[in-house]
Design a protein. Structure first.
Length: 319
């Protein structure tokens, strides 16, 4: 058999194998229970432990150890928790990746911050460069998705004031909300070549600013039209009537950040029905990571295990 005939035979056999594989994947409920995972993968954001105040867990490595001991499937890193010293040391970064690996925990996501909602071109350029650097950091750590924000107008006195106003913030004097969308779209488009090269999917979160509504998030995602800009769906950032709003984002979701508020929240408390949320996601064929973001006042030692059980029970896969 010459090489060309061999190649044709190989392609044909691969096609047959692929069809056989399709049939093999049609598991019965009993077969699924016997072999494959029974829930969406459930991870924890390091933010759940640090919360900008718990110095014990500022160190990402300690968060990774806690996640392994607690039975989580993976870890999402809040970039603020990686020190400047670590950022400047490739060996320190690789030590974080190695620590997760030896625990059997994927580093599946990174939460970052940027601000594209500014009329100042230089401010936007600085944030584009910042975001490109963050994408490259994800690549170094083997992280496949990165949470991004639109940024805010900056007219609130502080974050407490923003929360007191239910996340609503007026534009800068002389501007309107509409002005911000082209700035954000242009900025994210400039980040795309790096995201594509690094294989890192940016997930635009429903996180205040122009991402306050599902319509705002999807206006940006639809304008950019790239598989490397999708949605990070945060269950706790729609303060009124959340379920229909969350449902609008499900088709583009690449990561779900699941808020819990045991002991009451810092700024607000939502009584979220995770059975309902999980059903919305299943109906939308979402199979990816669910990342715990604990925001309650209860001690983490009791609240985080309860949160994990809540999410395991809710996101159990149907047979």
């Amino acid at each position: 058999m010459d090489r060309r005939s061999f190649q044709k035979s190989l392609v044909a056999s691969m096609g047959t194998a692929a069809l056989a594989g399709t049939d093999a994947l049609a598991f019965s409920p009993a077969e699924r229970a016997a072999g494959s995972r029974t829930t969406n993968p459930i991870g924890i954001s390091t933010y759940s432990l640090w919360r900008f105040k718990n110095d014990e867990f500022k160190d990402v490595s300690k968060c990774i150890d806690f996640a392994a001991e607690s039975g989580f499937d993976g870890v999402e890193i809040l970039l603020y928790q990686i020190s400047q010293t670590e950022l400047l040391s490739n060996s320190a970064l690789q030590a974080i990746k190695r620590r997760a690996f030896v625990h059997g925990l994927p580093l599946y996501g990174m939460s970052t911050h940027q601000g594209f909602v500014s009329p100042d071109r230089e401010v936007r350029k600085m944030n584009i460069e910042l975001t490109i650097g963050q994408i490259e950091l994800c690549y170094k750590l083997g992280i496949p998705t990165m949470r991004v924000n639109t940024g805010r107008w900056g007219t609130s006195k502080n974050f407490d004031a923003l929360m007191a106003n239910r996340g609503i913030e007026p534009p800068l004097p002389g501007y309107k909300e509409e002005d911000g969308f082209p700035w954000v779209i242009d900025a994210l488009e400039k980040c795309l070549p790096t995201a594509e090269k690094c294989g890192v999917v940016m997930g635009l979160e429903n996180h205040w600013g122009l991402g306050l509504t599902p319509e705002g998030v999807m206006r940006i995602v639809d304008a950019v039209q790239s598989p490397y800009l999708q949605v990070t769906l945060d269950t706790g950032n729609f303060l009124e009537d959340p379920y229909p709003k969350l449902e609008k984002l499900v088709p583009n979701a690449v990561l779900v950040q699941a808020k819990t508020y045991y002991g009451g929240g810092e700024w607000y408390t939502l009584d979220l029905d995770y059975q309902r949320i999980a059903k919305l996601l299943r109906n939308g064929k979402y199979q990816g990571w669910v990342s715990l973001e604990f925001e309650g006042k209860e001690d983490y030692k009791s609240a985080i295990p309860k949160s994990l059980k809540l999410l395991r029970d809710a996101f159990r896969l149907e047979g």
